[in-house]
Design a binder for this molecule. Structure first.
Ligand SMILES: C[S@@+](CC[C@H](N)C(=O)[O-])C[C@H]1O[C@@H](n2cnc3c(N)ncnc32)[C@H](O)[C@@H]1O
Length: 437
């Protein structure tokens, strides 16, 4: 009999090995799921129900990763990818599938994640909110810069892929790539360039991220020489352990965004939803059917949902841990003539705690990818607001948090996919919860 060790070594796959695989379905991360003997293979750039020849990239303990080298029998969802950098650039994972198949796959992944990690039986899927346009939707883009190249990390993150355009970026951001490249040639050690665009104003803000400070006058002269007048503000930043630190700013540091009848001031260091083609529908999907006397919006940003929500009830308080966003939110309340909304700088837990046992009709949550803190969930369950609307950009942490909320006495009335990031694996959603009778 073979020992378990020799069994293991016989089953190991070697890097570069080629396998013929059937892709069963799409899974989170944008991978096609396949099996070789009993081993799970996660296949980059595979589409559901197709036969491919794939090359093993890495064999890990529980699964191996592979890359499609040749499509033998294509999936009926496969299409010619529109971007010339697709398959090399790491920004998109799903361009090889038609848009309808992308949305359907994300719906399945969302439901499966809630069932598997959240132990939620047959969650009710509401109509998905599709992107108004599957291309040209991004108003914020973070370019990487390395060895004279400007673009995005290759899919293995080892190199920067030099690009001249990006189909998911707003067309006006694409027009800026040429001037930014000229500009970048003049700054040593430039690491990243972050661009935000306002379709309402036709204006840009641009951040330059370097390990060493750029001379202020030099930055300004480069800006005048290379960048169009629509770039109304530029900033010099460093990035330390993921955190962005501003050294200085030149010009205006705000853009204004218009969403239906609402206008938002958005500072250079505040968050704003990235897909401009579904802003209005996104707000509508959150505020529809909402009524309240007292509500909290615990990750409010510049008031994207808080301000429209204020029309639906007596009083709403928004809070966010980012002081810049709160300054914008306070400004936005006045700008939109809302006098039943108050904004405070606070992390979500502290804000909820400060409300003690106050009766709340509604709490809106929109945390970062890491989801809710354990103590936030404990307080929510203790305070028991009548309704919770949980907006999430990470199905795994959402499933974990929903499990706790359902155990704590809530019912999930429904969940809606919001396809905020077409062509990529990212999954945004809205969960609607109500306290059990
Ligand atoms: C995905 S954004 C959503 C913002 C806003 N709801 C919107 O739609 O524009 C998440 C927000 O949560 C804030 N945030 C992160 N951690 C937080 C915490 N522990 N407490 C409160 N806010 C937090 C961030 O500053 C950011 O503005």
């Amino acid at each position: 009999m073979r020992s378990s060790q020799s069994l293991e070594s016989q089953d190991r796959l070697s890097e570069g090995e080629s396998l013929r695989l059937t892709i069963e379905k799409l899974v989170y991360g944008g991978y096609g799921l396949a099996h070789h003997r009993d081993k799970v293979i996660m296949v980059r750039f595979g589409a559901p129900q197709e036969l491919v020849d794939a090359q093993i990239l890495e064999d890990r303990k529980d699964y191996a990763e592979a890359l499609v080298k040749r499509v033998v029998i294509p999936s009926r969802f496969r299409r010619e990818e529109p971007c010339p950098y697709y398959g090399v650039c790491g920004g998109c994972q799903l361009q090889h599938m038609d848009y309808d198949a992308q949305v359907r796959s994300k719906e399945s992944i969302l439901l499966e994640t809630l069932e598997r990690l959240g132990r939620i039986k047959e969650p009710k899927l509401l109509d998905s909110l599709r992107s108004g346009d599957e291309f040209g939707y991004r108003i914020r883009v973070q370019f990487k810069v390395k060895n004279g190249k400007l673009g995005f990390f290759r899919w293995d993150e080892k190199e920067v892929v030099d690009i001249d355009s990006c189909p998911v970026a707003h067309p006006r951001i694409n027009e800026l790539i040429g001037p930014l490249k000229e500009y970048a040639r003049n700054i040593k050690e430039l690491q990243e360039i972050h661009v935000t665009y306002s379709p309402y104003e036709d204006r840009f803000l641009v951040k330059f991220i370097t390990p060493i400070e750029i001379d202020r006058d030099f930055l300004n002269s480069l800006r005048e020489e290379f960048l169009p007048k629509e770039v109304v503000g530029v900033g010099d930043y460093s990035r330390l352990r993921g955190f962005m630190n501003r050294r200085f700013w030149i010009g205006t540091e705000y853009l204004y965004m218009k969403v239906g009848k609402w206008t938002y001031r958005v500072g250079a260091d505040s968050f704003f939803q990235v897909n401009w083609t579904l802003w209005e529908d996104f707000i509508e999907a959150v505020v529809r059917d909402v009524e309240f006397k007292k509500a909290l919006d615990l990750h409010c940003g510049v008031g994207f949902f808080t301000i429209p929500l204020s029309e639906r009830g007596n009083f709403i308080e928004g809070s966010d841990s980012n002081g810049f966003a709160i300054n914008d939110a306070q400004y936005n309340a006045k700008l939109n003539h809302r006098d039943n909304v108050v904004f405070v700088k606070s992390d979500a837990f502290r804000h909820l705690k400060s409300r003690g046992g106050e009766v709340l009709d509604l709490v809106v949550l929109d945390p970062p990818r890491s989801g809710l803190e354990k103590n936030e969930i404990e307080l929510l369950v203790k305070n028991k607001p009548e309704r919770i609307i949980y907006i999430s950009c990470n199905p795994s942490t959402l499933a974990r948090d929903l499990r706790q909320l359902l155990r704590g006495g809530y019912t999930l009335e429904g969940i809606r996919l919001v396809d905020m990031f077409p062509q990529t694996y990212h999954i945004e959603s809205i969960s609607y919860l109500r306290v059990q009778e």
